[in-house]
Design a protein around this ligand. Structure first.
Ligand code: PLP
Length: 388
């Protein structure tokens, strides 16, 4: 199991920092605390070298050049940077996105629209969460400056046909951005294979530290700075560099091929969990694309049981999973992702997301299969509306 006492299966929300990541960061939190912008003395130069090395490791993981990688405070900042800068300073202020994006994309777009700076079109998805490339072609207008479509969805795990979608945008001379938070470190991500102009990622999703991420910006892509101040990150993202965070993310990037290699084993565990819970729980459905999906995630809806209640009982049984995304699981609103896939509201309320990492074991899967049916049955017994 992930730990002696509990099963942690909420790796789409965040992952455990790899012990090697923590070890690599430690000297930059203690003895080597120099400011990477202070180049006239040893400790500053040491920090700068560490930052450069981390950038190289991250670039290597995604097939980019180091000078195309900009450190940020996480994927939320990277997404906001792309959207704000495009809409506020670009000539073309219309953005095309999808109904299942993370709030880090949908909220800035709504903010920009509400305040009169731009406009956006939301593409629908099919019942498994896939965007139709033809729909993208139709949605791009004369004033479209950007297409932003996530690589894999954080709630249902569906992988979007990014290469095909990016090709459509390119043909129409529109920049293409993807939020790859849920794929970097899980499956191979290569910016040239995907043919994207911009890509957001976050270290804590692949065993790095929290509070650091990056934006990949293809050479030649125009994007004004979002955070203004000092000249860090080649004058494109101001603020004293988070050297320990970058070192941690660099280490995680170096280790990521190991995590990716473990993907097929996690996929097998996910299938075993689905087989177990679907044979023990009547009226349970699986969400997301059965084929085009990340290997570590299972999303299900159990009719007649509230997702939050299931989580509470599973937690008492020593299992930590989530319903939908971590950002919305505090609210009782049904997931916008499931609704966009056409899941009825009352069923969307019973959603559970199990997301694994290389640390999860067969015993973890067995425990989930043993406990989830008991919890769902208990809640259905208590329900006044459940009719079996
Ligand atoms: N985008 C997606 C798809 C995510 O899953 C997340 C994490 O929840 C984010 C953005 C936000 O990332 P961060 O925590 O680095 O701001």
């Amino acid at each position: 199991m992930s730990d002696n006492e509990f099963v942690y299966a909420d790796n789409a929300a965040t992952t455990r920092p790899d012990p090697e990541v923590v070890k690599a960061m430690e000297p930059y939190c203690t003895a080597k605390y120099g400011n990477s912008a202070s180049q006239y003395y040893e400790m500053g130069r040491q920090a700068r070298m560490a930052l450069d090395e981390a950038r190289e490791k991250l670039a290597a993981l995604i097939g980019a050049k180091p000078e195309e990688v900009y450190f940020t405070a996480g994927a939320t900042e990277s997404d906001n940077w792309v959207l704000h800068s495009t809409v506020l300073t670009g000539k073309k202020k219309h953005v095309v996105t999808t109904a299942i994006e993370h709030h880090a994309v949908l909220e800035p777009l709504e903010f920009l629209k509400e305040n009169g700076y731009g406009d956006y079109t939301v593409l629908p998805v099919d019942s498994v969460g896939r965007v139709d490339p033809e729909e993208l072609g139709k949605a791009i207008r004369e004033d479209t400056g950007l297409v932003s479509i996530m690589h894999a969805n954080n709630e249902i795990g569906t992988i979007e046909p990014i290469r095909e979608l990016a090709a459509i945008a390119k043909e129409k001379k529109v920049a293409f951005h993807t939020d790859a938070c849920q794929t970097v470190g899980k499956i191979k991500v290569d910016v040239d294979e995907l043919a994207v102009d911009m890509l957001s990622l976050s270290a804590h999703k692949f065993h790095g530290p929290k509070g650091i991420g990056a934006l990949y910006l293809r050479r030649g892509t125009r994007l004004a700075p979002f955070i203004h101040g000092g000249g860090q990150e080649n004058n494109r993202r101001a603020g004293t560099s988070n050297v320990p965070g970058a070192v941690g993310m660099g280490k995680a990037a170096e280790l990521a091929p190991r995590y990716i290699e473990d993907g097929p084993r996690q996929r097998k565990l996910i299938e075993e969990i689905w087989k177990g819970v679907s044979s023990a729980i009547p009226k349970i459905r699986r969400n997301g694309d059965p084929e085009s999906r990340i290997p570590n995630l299972l999303s299900v809806c159990a009719e007649g049981a509230e997702g939050e209640a299931i989580l509470g009982y599973l937690n008492m049984s020593g299992i930590q999973v989530s319903s939908g995304s971590a950002c919305t699981s505090g609210s009782l609103e049904p997931s916008h992702v499931l609704l966009a896939c056409g899941v009825p509201v009352e069923i969307a309320h019973g959603s559970i997301r199990v997301s694994l990492s290389h640390e999860n074991t067969d015993a973890d899967a067995r425990k989930i299969v043993a406990e989830m049916p008991k919890v769902v049955a208990r809640l259905r017994e208590m329900s006044v509306t459940w009719k079996g």
